[in-house]
Ligand binder design. Structure first.
Ligand code: SAT
Ligand code: MN
Length: 606
């Protein structure tokens, strides 16, 4: 490699004690040919220097109204995860299964090596040592992201425990996930940079056997912050399968009842279906309290007590901005009010604050929209991209649970699955047992959202809300869930519930108000666990007995409530072939237990 490449700020490679890391940095630098290498320390100083630089080059605008916070706008073509460009490069194609794109590792490496060759010319190569989950865990889960995007560095400072502390904890030989990222926009000498460099060619590649990630061409969210979906879900799901634990697309919340009894709940919903809102819920029922532990990812391992314990591997929230407001999620608003945040693809107010649809009832009279155009309330455009995001430290959440960083995690009492469905799926249902709950997760469906590129509002199967994130064959993944259920006694397993906040009446209106009122459903679930709430058995599982959901003070008619909970056999006649088709797609690896559960469902709704 060129010797000049290793002499710049912060990068004394000879001082790096971790031998393999050093070797890898040298290899990547030789391939990508950056102008300089910089090892991130995670300090305030570094944040200040990089954000100042990003303001200078136009990637960020400093907000006047929020301390230490910035407005970022992406290239309009680079606004969401790219599922069609995401690959699981397992050695055998059959290990990627029918839900993932696959390419042989050697072929992917050869294609991407060509792209990476010289891709960091004119740029600095940043090395970000990080740890997913607390650094003081028994088995800390290290990673190192190499990137040419300073936007990624500052975002990673919010989203993961990164910098010198992680590097020191890695010592000389700790195992770590290699996560390579480039925006794919080299600069020739004298060439001006753009505010949001990216490439039309994009690859998000996972190599499950090597626990390695190669990402190219996008600077956005889950494509570029590689500790998040790529590591903590795709790679971690593989590690979890091999080691007997679970990496799930779940929020974690703490619920305390009026008697002071605590339950922890994990809940899986597809991207942009309200995980952050549920995680920070402000209960409308008296005496119940919610605290937040995580809003996107849960790693669950068995504790010595035989129960599943969850940790949040992340350090911040990367939440969907539109629809987050003082009326819908005041706790998220209070979190970002404290500053230290980056807002991407929202709108800028004239006085130097941010705004997005749903933040306030009345929009400002004038804004600069996410595409830098003048915006007024009636110009017919959205001011913010539907997948615009706030990136903010979890520790700033006013209701963050004190134990949110406990390395041992919290014991999970209930798991919720949910999607966004206008019809068919009732407001809430409890599974008969673990395997039936696995069936609920395996057949989960939801309308697509703006979190991924492609059509919005199309119903698709999204097993366990993990469709874009399972790092291996979906049939093996379902089997892993069944096996988890065999590792402990039934009374120690979380109880499983299936919810749908989004069911509509014939006139198109929502049958259930959602948001803070969802606390009534959490309450019912906990009362079921405590043996206090009545249920009736239906072909879909246990439904709330009439009157068992607390609707005190709620302006929902009895008829709407009945509609929200209704098991509509004609709707299920339309659903059954979709499940049939889905199970056919999974093929031979579909665990036979799923066939058994499907048989029961078919008999029940006939
Ligand atoms: O872009 S991210 O993958 O980080 C957000 C999401 O899709 O959940
Ligand atoms: Mn997510």
């Amino acid at each position: 490699m060129r010797s000049m490449a290793i002499t710049t700020a912060g990068a004394d490679l000879s001082a790096l004690k971790h031998v393999e890391l050093r070797k890898w940095i040298e290899e990547v630098a030789a391939l990508t040919k950056p102008d300089s290498i910089y090892i991130c320390d995670g300090s305030e100083n570094e944040w200040n220097r990089l954000t100042t630089h990003l303001v200078e080059v136009g990637t960020l605008v400093k907000l006047k109204k929020k301390p230490n916070s910035f407005w970022a706008t992406s290239n309009p073509s680079d606004v969401a995860r790219v599922e069609d460009r995401t690959f699981i490069c397992s050695v055998n194609e059959s290990d990627a299964g029918p839900t993932n794109n696959w390419m042989a590792p050697a072929q992917m490496k050869s294609e991407m090596t060509k792209l990476y060759d010289g891709c960091m010319r004119g740029r600095t190569m940043y090395v970000i040592p990080f740890c997913m989950g607390p650094i003081n865990s028994k088995n800390p889960m290290f990673g190192v992201e190499i990137t040419d995007s300073p936007y990624v560095v500052v975002s990673m400072k919010i989203m993961a425990r990164m910098g010198t502390e992680a590097l020191n904890a890695m010592g000389t030989d700790a195992v770590f996930v290699k996560a390579l990222h480039s925006v794919g926009a080299p600069l020739s000498p004298g060439q001006d940079d753009v505010a949001w460099p990216c490439s039309d060619t994009k690859y998000i590649s996972q190599f499950p056997e090597e626990h390695m990630i190669w990402s190219y061409g996008s600077g956005y969210g889950g494509n570029a912050l590689l500790g998040k979906k790529c590591y903590s879900l795709r790679i971690a799901s593989v590690i979890g399968r091999d080691e007997g634990w679970m990496a799930e697309h779940m929020l974690i919340l703490k619920l305390t009842n009026p008697k002071g009894k605590v339950h922890y709940i994990a809940a899986a919903f597809p991207s942009a279906c309200g995980k952050t809102n549920l995680a920070m819920l402000d209960p409308t029922i008296k005496g119940w309290k919610v605290e937040t532990l995580g809003d996107d990812i849960a790693w669950m391992r068995f504790g010595e007590d035989g129960r599943l314990h969850a940790i949040n591997p992340e350090f911040g929230f990367f939440g969907v901005a539109p629809g987050t407001g003082w009326g819908t999620n005041a706790n998220a608003m209070r979190t970002v009010e404290k500053g230290n945040s980056i807002f991407t693809n929202v709108a800028l107010t004239d006085d130097g604050d941010i705004w997005w649809e749903g933040m306030t009832d009345t929009p400002p009279e004038h804004l600069t929209d996410w595409k830098h155009q003048d915006w007024t309330p009636n110009n017919g455009e959205l001011s913010s991209h539907p997948n615009s995001r706030f990136c903010t430290p979890a520790s700033q959440c006013p209701i963050i649970a004190p134990e949110w960083e406990s390395p041992d995690g919290v014991p999970i009492s209930a798991i919720f699955f949910g999607g966004r469905r206008k019809t068919t799926i009732p407001l809430v249902m409890q599974s008969r047992d673990w395997n039936h709950g696995v069936f609920m997760g395996a057949t989960l469906s939801s309308e697509t959202t703006a979190a991924a590129t492609g059509a919005v509002g199309v119903v698709r199967r999204d097993p366990f809300a993990m469709l874009p994130f399972i790092g291996y064959h979906v049939g093996d993944y379902i089997k892993h869930w069944i096996n988890i259920g065999k590792k402990t006694s039934a009374d120690k397993l979380p109880k499983i519930f299936y919810v749908n906040w989004f069911r509509r009446a014939k006139d198109g209106s929502f049958l259930w108000p959602g948001y803070g009122e969802n606390s009534r459903i959490l309450k019912w679930a906990i009362e079921r666990i405590e043996g206090e709430a009545e249920a009736v058995e239906t072909p879909l599982g246990f439904a709330p007995a009439p009157g068992s959901i607390d609707v005190d003070g709620l302006a929902v008619t009895e008829a709407a409530m009945a509609d929200a909970l209704h098991v509509d056999k004609s709707e299920w006649q339309e659903e059954l072939p979709l499940i049939e088709e889905w199970f056919k797609k999974i093929g031979e690896k579909l665990p036979q237990e799923m066939g058994v559960e499907f048989g029961k469902l078919k008999d029940g709704v006939r």
